[in-house]
Design a protein around this ligand. Structure first.
Ligand code: PRP
Length: 191
């Protein structure tokens, strides 16, 4: 049984992916990644902030040696849509030259963020770059992104929880859900 504060549950609409479903899928992904990267120099890169929850669960189930680094990305534009103009707000600490990079994302939507990031990291000459994302939302995809490890496809709805936010809130919910429409409208009015 997963505990969530009652006040938070009041805002929650439909739960799209419950905790058990997420954790089971994460375990399968970790097993596949561990097998694929056996004998390689795996570095997992967490794209802040949303991916930290997914990555934290995923990396703890990896059975081979692995290192970890973080990168901060910010996109300009509306709160709920990426504009494609992206900048690095916090760079990696590690030199990734010659390493096998696995970028871990919580969600791929338009693909613009990852497209930018892949191109930026390629310039640093890693041995390889692959993508692992929890959620693949294809409805608004603008750039083709080769997703090597995918948790789930999701429909075109605005979801929060397990790292995903609305106005930087709800990341700590242990499941992926939609917010009640009234909550979105109420919070938008506050801005
Ligand atoms: C989310 C997500 C991806 C990006 C995907 O990040 O973590 O980085 O949007 O969208 P795209 O495919 O349309 O580019 P966000 O900008 O919300 O930052 P956050 O992780 O800090 O919440």
């Amino acid at each position: 049984m997963v505990w969530v504060h009652e006040a938070m549950l009041e805002d929650v609409g439909e739960i799209i992916l419950d905790t058990e479903t997420i954790q089971k899928r994460v375990a399968v992904l970790a097993e596949t990644i561990s097998r694929d990267y056996e004998g390689k120099n795996l570095i997992m890169i967490c794209v802040l902030k949303g991916s930290m929850f997914f990555l934290a669960d995923l990396i703890r189930k990896i059975s081979i040696p692995v290192t970890l680094d973080f990168i901060g990305i910010s996109s300009y534009g509306e709160a709920t849509r990426t504009s494609g103009v992206v900048k690095i707000t916090k760079d990696l600490e590690e030199n990734i030259e010659g390493l096998d990079v696995l970028i871990v994302e919580d969600i791929v939507d338009t693909g613009l963020t990852l497209s930018y990031l892949i191109n930026a990291l390629k310039l640093r000459k890693p041995a390889s770059i692959r993508i692992c994302c929890l959620l693949d939302k294809t409805a608004h995809r603008l750039v083709d992104i080769p997703i090597d490890y995918r948790g789930f496809y999701i429909e075109d709805s605005f979801v929060v929880g397990y790292g995903l936010d609305f106005q930087d809130k709800y990341r700590h919910l242990p499941f992926v859900c939609v917010l009640k429409q009234e909550v979105i409208e109420r919070q938008r009015k506050k801005l």
